[in-house]
Design a protein around this ligand. Sequence first.
Ligand code: SAM
Length: 241
Amino acid sequence: MPLIESPAVTLYDRIASFYDPWSRSVTEDVGFYVDHALASGGPVVELAVGTGRIAIPIAQAGIDVIGVDSSPEMLAVARSGAEAARVSGRLDLRVGDLREPPVPERVPLAICPFRSLLHMETEAEKLRALRAARALLEPEGRFVFDVFAPSRQDIDETHDRWLEREPGIFERAVWDEGSRTLSLSVRSGEDTVTFGLHWLSAPEWLALLDRASFEVEELFGWFDRRPHAGEEDMIFVCRCR
Ligand SMILES: C[S@@+](CC[C@H](N)C(=O)[O-])C[C@H]1O[C@@H](n2cnc3c(N)ncnc32)[C@H](O)[C@@H]1O
């Protein structure tokens, strides 16, 4: 049986019920994206919006969000989160593929947080996604997203080991440096889901962004806005060229 069972599109439906507990400790990026949303004035398109981990705080800050995701189950969690936070009116959730987002509107800001672009398997698919994001933007619009490329230390410390990331939720990273694919398995109870993340280096992302007609204004190495200096994390702030 192949390690990566099927496309991410359907796998996230299976993870939706434990995605929020699994990602509970990931909070460092929220303020960063909310600040960009406020600076843009909105509305904001979030590509791969998931359960609304970022979109709901943006809506709470008073900015309208159009959220696109291919997983109806992830969107169902986002919908109930938005209701609980009393911001349903600010969140417009649409099932769709980020390479062809069902968004005729043009906006000042599109975002794609938490490494979601790494679900695009090839450079050609990544370029397609970048061009789709570009097409959503007003002439002065910005696209902000984050991705990563693993460090040697990260690979050595985590490769093929089950680690308890949150109580009762286990994670295993299998790194293939040849194909530059991380097969990430997440286990909760009886359910194990494995999906692929396909990384690139910073220069390769810069080349793709250039081909998608973006000018890169900033490349950060963390959400505290330190300039990227070889860190695993890469946070791109791009403007339409
Ligand atoms: C790591 S989660 C990120 C969710 C959210 N942005 C966050 O920061 O928590 C990745 C999301 O990408 C979505 N996804 C994967 N491939 C997609 C595609 N081709 N089009 C749209 N959404 C996709 C998944 O359904 C999932 O919700």
